[in-house]
Design a protein around this ligand. Structure first.
Ligand code: COA
Length: 159
């Protein structure tokens, strides 16, 4: 039950553009290029200065393990990206990041939280365990490096 009891040694910290180096290293390791879910450095750098965008880095003993990227607009908050290095998985790091996303959104007065996840991604179970439900499907939302496309599920929770 590691994900219900994340290691107390995991530290979550909001970072700006200065956090892009570790974030891109995690991005490269975490996402399988077959699915087209990863963002480029330019995409990340472009969204970071926007109002309501928060990048959170998870570290253990100062070693970067994972990150989340969130955008809040009015009373809605969207989880844009979530990733954990392969060697840091199944220890509750992503759950800690999602729980922080939920707590921060609630604290900021958000009423609707949402995200897109590739149909078939095991992260769907993580989102269900943290209160999200499937509310829609977007056909061919992700395009992998070989051109194959994959549907996205829209998941949401309300307060
Ligand atoms: C999805 C991801 C972020 C999960 O990170 P993590 O730190 O291992 O997640 P947690 O340890 O918090 O897992 C919580 C629960 O989610 C589910 N889960 C997570 N990864 C799973 C997997 N590979 N297979 C099955 N269930 C999984 C389990 O229910 C797990 O609880 P358990 O370990 O007690 O069984 C990580 O595997 C990853 O970076 N994947 C590639 C990027 C990605 O797909 N991101 C999400 C879409 S943007």
């Amino acid at each position: 039950m590691s994900s219900l009891h994340p290691s107390p040694a995991v530290v979550l910290q909001q970072v700006g553009g200065a956090g892009l180096d570790p974030v891109m290293a995690i991005m490269d390791e975490a996402f399988d290029q077959r699915f087209g879910e990863a963002w480029t450095r330019a995409q990340c750098a472009g969204i970071l200065p926007m109002h309501g965008v928060v990048l959170t880095l998870a570290t253990n003993n100062s070693v970067p393990l994972g990150f989340s990227l969130v955008r809040s607009v009015a009373d809605e908050s969207e989880l844009l990206l979530l990733a954990v290095r392969p060697h840091g998985r199944r220890r509750g790091v992503a759950t800690a990041l999602v729980n922080r996303f939920i707590a921060d959104a609630r604290g900021a007065g958000a009423h609707y939280l949402h995200l897109e996840v590739r149909d078939g991604n095991p992260a769907t179970a993580l989102y269900e365990r943290t209160g999200f439900r499937i509310v829609g499907r977007r056909s061919n939302y992700y395009r992998g490096t070989d051109g194959e496309t994959f549907d996205a599920l829209t998941m949401a929770r309300t307060f």
